[in-house]
Design a protein around this ligand. Structure first.
Ligand SMILES: [Zn+2]
Length: 237
């Protein structure tokens, strides 16, 4: 392979490696957008859950307050009935009921106090969850937009590189080009590598004197016997 062809192939490889990189990046973009969106969705769900917990706790407190209220009414009812009691036993029975109701009210009020402490915590958690939701929503809006802009840049760069590629391909013998493409498609990585310190700079294995000689003479396609990459001697190795 003469040095003009080698030069064309190396330029071609540079373009092709950029194309491969761009393609990989473009293919990864929808996934990155999806993950941003699912983060935002998770934050929304967490905020909704925190809100539901606040409301559930508020309802529980209301429920306790209603129970306290009805227990107090029940005590008043017992007191009225107690005054109408005809026997001492009846009177004492009401007294016991009133005392029981009093204990129940105390328990309910303790419960209400606990629920109110819990409500403060839940409200603080809700405020925090709303903050996180806002951050996630802002992030998804800006990052998705950024990724879309990046995708547009990738597409136009891709088209630019691709359009200049054909001229280079025309400068390389078809057989060599086909082998190059075959290797490139297989490796998705650099397939033409320089010799460095008597080694293939692709796989870093030590090359035989014959291979080194062939690579140096540039008379034919010289492949690394270990990794199959095309070797060339740029005089720097
Ligand atoms: Zn190699």
């Amino acid at each position: 392979m003469n040095s003009a062809q080698l030069k064309s192939l190396l330029t071609l490889q540079q373009k092709d490696l950029t194309l491969i990189q761009l393609k990989k990046e473009a293919l990864g973009i929808p996934k990155r957008q999806e993950s941003l969106e699912s983060n935002a969705l998770a934050a929304q769900q967490a905020a909704k859950k925190a809100q539901d917990e606040v409301h559930a706790c508020e309802n529980a407190i209301k429920q306790v307050e209603l129970e306290v209220e009805s227990s107090k009414q029940q005590i008043n009812k017992y007191k009225t009935q107690q005054m109408e009691a005809r026997t001492n036993e009846e009177y004492k029975a009401f007294e016991k009921e009133i005392a029981n109701m009093g204990t129940k009210i105390e328990e309910l009020e303790d419960k209400e106090l606990l629920e109110m402490t819990r409500l403060d915590e839940l409200k603080a958690a809700w405020v925090q969850a709303q903050k996180l939701e806002k951050i996630a929503n802002e992030k998804v809006a800006s990052d998705v937009q950024e990724l879309e802009e990046r995708l547009a840049v990738i597409r136009s760069t891709f088209a630019d590189i691709k359009s200049g590629r054909e001229d280079l391909v025309a400068k390389v013998e078809k057989e060599i080009f086909d082998r190059y493409m075959q290797l490139l498609n297989k490796n998705q990585n650099a397939v033409m590598v320089p010799v460095r310190q008597e080694c293939c700079s692709g796989c870093h294995m030590k090359l035989t004197p014959q291979i080194l000689h062939d690579a140096h003479s540039q008379q034919k396609w010289t492949q690394c016997t270990f990794c199959g990459r095309l070797l060339f001697d740029d005089g720097e190795g």
